[in-house]
Design a protein around this ligand. Structure first.
Ligand code: ADP
Ligand code: ASP
Ligand code: MG
Length: 414
């Protein structure tokens, strides 16, 4: 088999743990597999680098930030290669530009355009383990780029796709994908197999165990992803194409996302083109709007509420005030913001064929007197925006209410 093993920050958090990584990849090689390894920065390192940046500049140049934050992975690949050599194996480190992980030029959130897998194949032919830096790439002009937080997952799956690997193993500090974050809800249950589509929803709605883009790539190129613990040998979670039995599980997981802010614009004229006028300048400035709710007008005017990433909230308001002052007025007058929100979601492919999930979700939140501010749905998920102070309570109530602590076969009908 050809296996790509990706090790996250905790798994390479100390030199001792790097020895463990070396032992693991050499064991796979000894079993006769071809192995390539992708590593993250040591845990805490990327945050440390970002803090240094923030100490120096409140509006730093994107290109320079990527030069700085990509260094964590450079240290890891060197150290892990040394650990493999020390353990008697052959290894060679590769930075993003050395395996030509070419990306676009969107610094801090670049997308991979192509990978030259030749150097990795050549290393394999020499029974040498290629240890590749996660998170980083290079644009067509030769600038260093990074793939967004959690981006080493994406490097791992992209390398696996380029090599047509049999599996991409994601080694992390939990032993799989759970029904919700096991560090927040101790009764969370490990999921054995999950479809790409559900995993995509979980990842985009707050489960940071896999970066969204890595799941997209896995789905697009058919790479099976095995999320597992670097500290034990128990089987983890397989992320695979949808299987028929998965439909019988109505709700697979619950997530919370705390990184959004809500903007409300009141008294908008109820005429054609208003929404277009409001959202065009936001899109032109790359601000991703998530939930949008507009009320039916009753006196010729209407209100519109939407959410944006919290980090973009200030910029979004500035842009709106500059571009459409006639619509947004001043903050506090017609426009208001709320940063203290979170989005709580339930996800499951079984929702396609089962009614009643929304009703049950609303009921469960109501029993705790948690007010729902916004609602949005798709075929396989329901999301509610609520006050952030209720995030953990809501997570626990929904997890228990949908009986996610029980094996799927023992969960009662809705
Ligand atoms: P790594 O550094 O290995 O990439 P991350 O911190 O990025 O690890 O991701 C693993 C973490 O994801 C876990 O420690 C856990 O707290 C969190 N997490 C959130 N939601 C889930 C979930 N549904 N299942 C498993 N882990 C989750
Ligand atoms: N080191 C990067 C981060 O902390 C990438 C990763 O770990 O996946 O976000
Ligand atoms: Mg991660």
């Amino acid at each position: 088999m050809l296996i790509v093993q990706k090790f996250g920050g905790t798994s390479v958090g100390t030199t001792e743990r790097m020895r463990n990584v070396a032992a693991r990849c050499l064991a796979a090689q000894r079993e006769g597999h071809d192995v390539a390894v992708v590593v993250s920065a040591m845990s805490g390192e990327t945050n440390r680098l970002l803090k240094l940046v923030a100490e120096l500049h409140d509006d730093p140049n994107d290109r320079e930030v990527d030069v700085i934050v990509s260094t964590g992975e450079q240290v890891s690949v060197g150290l892990v290669s040394l650990a493999i050599r020390k353990a008697g194996g052959k290894a060679r480190s590769f930075l993003g530009h050395q395996v030509k992980i070419v990306t676009d030029s969107a610094f801090s959130r670049a997308r991979i355009l192509s990978i030259d897998s030749e150097p990795i194949r050549e290393a394999m032919a020499r029974v040498e383990i290629a240890v590749i830096a996660g998170f980083q790439g290079v644009d067509e002009q030769g600038n260093i780029t990074t793939l967004g937080r959690g981006g080493s997952d994406t490097t791992g799956v992209a390398i696996a796709a380029a090599l047509k690997a049999d599996v991409c193993e994601i080694y992390t500090d939990v032993d799989g994908v759970y029904t919700t974050d096991p560090n927040t809800v101790p009764t969370a249950r490990k999921i054995d197999r999950i479809s790409y589509e559900e995993m995509l929803e979980l990842a985009s709605l707050g489960a940071k165990v896999l970066q969204i883009r890595s799941v997209e790539l896995g789905m697009k190129y058919g790479v099976p992803i095995h999320v597992r613990s670097s500290f034990s040998d128990v089987p983890g979670t397989w992320v695979v194409p949808e299987e028929r039995e998965m439909e019988s599980v109505v709700v697979s997981g619950v997530t919370v996302a705390r990184d959004e802010a809500k903007i409300t614009v009141e008294d908008l004229p109820d005429t054609a083109g208003v929404a277009a006028k409001l959202f065009t300048p936001l899109a032109a400035n790359n601000i991703v709007v998530d939930m949008i709710v507009q009320n039916q007008a009753w006196d010729g005017t209407t209100d519109l509420t939407f959410t944006v990433p919290q980090g973009d909230r200030k910029r979004a308001l500035e842009i709106l005030k500059k571009e459409v002052p006639d619509l947004v007025g001043f903050e506090g007058e017609r426009t208001s913001c709320d940063d203290e929100i979170c989005k709580i979601s339930v996800v499951g492919v079984g929702m396609r064929s089962h009614a009643g999930v929304a009703r049950k979700m609303f009921e469960l939140l109501a029993t705790e007197r948690i007010n729902i501010q916004l609602i949005s749905t798709s075929e396989i998920k329901i999301s509610c925006v609520i006050a952030r102070k209720y995030a953990e309570l809501a997570l626990r109530v929904l997890h228990e209410g949908f009986a996610l602590h029980l094996p799927p076969s023992e969960r009662a009908a809705l």
